[in-house]
Design a binder for this molecule. Structure first.
Ligand code: 5GP
Length: 186
């Protein structure tokens, strides 16, 4: 998609361009390949935000691996976490003794993933680590170790490359800061 496309009218500025994202995803895939060599690894993509990152990342990991998906409650039509986390779609397999890598789009307060990590820890995985495309460390409210992340970003609401606002903008190839008037008018 061209950057003059209509969908870009609501974008204040492009924070991360598709080419720089691709470079980082490739580097991260190589790191994960080295770290998980010889291990029984399962990647869990968190729907829907991580779908674009997830599909690019798994193609940069040179290992036999399984993929699974979970859906957990997000912000709905708001830009702030409610703090109430709910599993909307659970795993379809047993993770006992397996190395689990949870793949998320963005860690903000950390509340969603810290809750999810707690849930997965009760299921006897060999390890559970977090891999997030974006991290907003300045906004952290729950303690959470993010072992793998591509970019630390400032405190701004971003969309694109899978990330939405009210279910829109996921198909933008770049990551951009949404114009305030777009979400303040809802
Ligand atoms: P947390 O529980 O860490 O506060 O929230 C994580 C979730 O909030 C992410 O998976 C994502 O759905 C949503 N989120 C947090 N910051 C942003 C943002 O800047 N843009 C978008 N689109 N979603 C965000």
């Amino acid at each position: 998609m061209n950057r003059n496309a209509e969908l870009y009218n609501d974008i204040e500025s492009i924070l991360l361009d598709r080419d720089e994202i691709a470079v980082k995803v490739k580097e991260l895939g190589a790191r994960i390949t080295a770290d998980y060599k010889g291990k029984d690894v399962i990647l869990i993509g968190i729907l829907k935000g991580a779908m674009v990152f997830f599909s690019d990342l798994i193609r940069e990991i040179d290992l036999p691996l399984d993929v699974e998906f979970m859906a957990i409650s997000s912000y709905g039509r708001s830009t702030k976490s409610s703090g109430v986390v709910q599993i909307l779609k659970d795993l379809g397999c047993d993770i006992t003794g397996r190395h689990v890598l949870v793949v998320e789009d963005i860690v903000d307060s950390g509340m969603t993933l810290s809750y999810l990590k707690g849930v997965l820890a009760t299921r006897h995985a060999a390890s559970v680590e977090i891999c997030s495309l974006l991290d907003k460390p300045a906004r952290r409210r729950a303690p959470l170790e993010v072992k793998y992340s591509c970019f630390n970003i400032p405190d701004a609401f971003v969309v694109g490359y899978g990330l939405d606002f009210a279910e829109k903008y996921r198909n933008l190839p770049d990551i951009g800061v949404l114009k305030k008037e777009v979400y303040e008018n809802i």
